[in-house]
Design a protein. Structure first.
Length: 306
């Protein structure tokens, strides 16, 4: 016996709304005022029940703009090394989305709430947010629903996809490579508070250096010259490697350009290109409602040695 094909009526019954409401939401219509909670519930139910957005065997794309917005969230002041890391991710993501037939717009945001109206005015099919705090979700979904994928940031809303390195596994792997449970950590000044707090839990406060425009990296290195260390970021790694023996450092690389860092330095790779490929594939599944969210819609990326 063939599997029952999910209909809008099935979704309406699950959500306790009318079929018309389901139709408005699945077609991303703004003709009716529907709360963002209801829209999210309907989209989540449609995905869970594997509702197929097809007509006569072809994807129903007439209401899709094939436009995707990529927002790089920045602070008022940012180090060049941080901007390069995130702009490289945005570039890799744009390249992968173009292969899938999407056009992209890049938004450099220093105030997400002010940039919401600009973003939604272009009616993108989806939104990628790089390094945002977990308080911004409703700002982008209060009027209508679009798929949102958070890259290199964390939040507790299971309706939105989070893609970032498995930092717990990454840190443990680096410590094992260094044969040291108490190395120092150097990282960029990220905005996402949940990920930042993870690092604060894993390292002594005096052993953490956050790279900001006004910070003194040389002083920190001088005070930790006899320790081993973990450095997150290629450009930061280049700055630090000259002060330490090759067996005293592990550098976490996202650019994936092995020539940037000394060949004898230990490295772990979580490449932006691989992250972008995964994110692009997930978006395609989401737009066809063929995406099955697991683990609270969280995708943790493992590091590789080469």
């Amino acid at each position: 016996m063939s599997r029952h094909k999910t209909t809008m009526r099935d979704i309406a019954r699950e959500c306790n709304v009318s079929v018309a409401t389901v139709s408005y939401v699945l077609n991303h219509s703004e003709k009716e005022r529907i709360s963002h909670e209801t829209r999210l519930k309907i989209m989540e139910t449609a995905t869970r029940l594997h509702y197929e957005l097809h007509v006569s065997g072809e994807p129903r794309l007439k209401n899709q703009s094939r436009l995707v917005a990529i927002i790089v969230n920045l602070k008022v002041e940012n180090c060049s090394s941080k901007k390069l890391m995130f702009y490289d991710l945005a570039s890799e993501l744009s390249n992968q989305l173009k292969l899938s037939g999407f056009q992209t717009i890049l938004i450099n945001s220093k105030n997400l709430s002010e940039d919401v109206s600009f973003t939604t005015r272009h009616h993108p099919d989806a939104l990628f947010i790089i390094d945002a705090d977990d308080t911004v979700t409703e700002q982008f979904t209060k009027d209508y629903y679009i798929p949102i994928l958070f890259l290199d940031c964390e939040n507790n809303n299971p309706l939105f996809c989070k893609i970032h390195p498995d930092y717990s596994d990454l840190v443990n792997q680096a410590k094992h490579m260094l044969h040291d449970e108490y190395p120092f950590l150097i990282l960029e000044d990220i905005c996402n508070i949940p990920i930042r707090n993870q690092f604060l839990d894993w390292f002594l406060p005096t052993d953490i250096f956050i790279n900001t425009p006004g910070s003194d990296l040389t002083c920190f290195l001088r005070n930790h010259k006899d320790q081993t260390g973990i450095v997150i970021g290629d450009i930061l790694g280049m700055q630090v490697e000259q002060y330490f023996r090759s067996d005293s450092l592990v550098i976490i690389s996202s650019l994936g350009n092995t020539s940037l860092i000394r060949s004898d330095i230990k490295k772990l790779y979580v490449r932006n290109k691989e992250k972008a490929i995964i994110a692009s594939n997930i978006l395609n599944e989401m737009l066809l409602l063929d995406y099955s969210a697991e683990n609270e819609n969280r995708i943790l990326l493992k590091a590789s040695l080469k």
